[in-house]
Design a protein around this ligand. Structure first.
Ligand code: NCD
Length: 317
């Protein structure tokens, strides 16, 4: 039986190597299931899943909803645009109100770093972080890891470049932690103005020059400029940014010949990535990342539900 002794999934930070491997192994099974006509199973039957997205989302919200439905949960999407949050209700009051309806799984995205951890302390159900500010986005890192493991046949001793707006990106943070934990080399590439101050605690090497940073990489992960988290101008112009940090075939030629190109979406073609390269099925695995997203979310919710059913009152790691 798979071991995954957590009550919530708040970040990659709290996961061990074994935890990560357990999620990916189970997700592999769900990839197979999702490719058949019989996509449904019963891991979440009888359970209620509420998705609370306080920030815009296309992929993440849709894939949590599909994942829950494929596993038989009753899934409800709270529309935060029309909820009482607009009337001034705090996050905690909203959460306590929902908690009184006895959900089993709460999937939360919030613009403030740490908001999801706070919420997890106030409710009785399992909480999954679907992205909090610039802090963590654990299911994105897990789906990226699954994509890499399936494409490269391993998830260790690889060199992975994460490029662009690192400072404002929870995807970069969660990925750097996960990839480091699995014994890969992580390079962070981008303008100095978009590099966080704590890159050494992430165990990553920092490059400002794309060509140098991409040299010999197995995986190239591109990120969007997170303008909603910027206060002021961090780049001279989009044209200049594309020229220096946008991924095009010429820059990619510095990575290994079989390097794969990734992007969590949403993508800004012609800003951080060349549109033709993004669609090149020989290099880009962007659509595969979306497919892996559903499987990984099924795996996580299945594992958390097993714990809920086995020991509802237990104290978790
Ligand atoms: C990312 C996010 O929301 O953090 N998107 C996603 O979940 N696929 C990245 C982004 O918004 O740029």
């Amino acid at each position: 039986m798979t071991q995954f002794s957590h009550r919530h999934l708040l970040g990659i930070e709290g996961l061990s190597k074994q935890d990560i491997t357990a999620v990916l192994d189970l997700a592999d099974q769900y990839v197979d299931q999702n490719r058949t006509a019989q996509k449904h199973s019963n891991a979440l039957k009888g359970l209620t899943q509420i998705n609370m997205f306080f920030e815009n989302s296309t992929r993440t919200q849709a894939s949590f909803e599909i994942a829950g439905k494929r596993l038989g949960a009753d899934v409800m999407n709270m529309s935060m645009q029309t909820s009482s949050v607009k009337k001034g209700e705090t996050l905690i009051d909203t959460a306590l109100t929902l908690n009184a309806m006895h959900p089993d799984l709460l999937v939360v995205r919030h613009p403030n770093s740490g908001a999801v951890n706070l919420l997890a302390e106030k409710v009785n159900c399992a909480v999954i972080n679907a992205g909090d500010g610039r802090h963590e986005h654990p299911t994105q890192a897990l789906l990226d890891a699954l994509t890499i493991r399936r494409r490269k046949g391993k998830l260790e001793r690889l060199t992975v470049a994460i490029c662009g707006d690192i400072a404002h990106s929870r995807v970069a943070r969660s990925n750097a932690i996960l990839l480091g934990r699995m014994d890969n080399r992580v390079r962070l590439i981008g303008p100095r103005t978009l590099m966080p101050g704590n890159t050494d605690t992430l165990g990553a090497e920092v490059y400002e020059d794309m060509e140098k940073g991409l040299e010999g990489c197995d995986v190239v992960m591109m990120l969007r400029l997170q303008r909603e988290r910027m206060d002021g101008g961090f780049i001279p112009s989009e044209r200049e940014y594309y020229h220096r940090w946008g991924l095009d075939p010429a820059k990619l030629s510095h990575a290994k010949d079989d390097a794969i190109v990734m992007h969590p979406g949403p993508m800004n073609r012609g800003v951080e990535i060349d549109g033709i390269l993004a669609d090149d099925i020989n290099r880009s695995v962007i659509q595969e990342q979306v497919e892996m997203g559903v499987a990984v979310r099924m795996a996580i919710m299945d594992l958390l539900a097993r714990n809920l059913r086995a020991k509802p009152e237990a104290v978790y790691a």
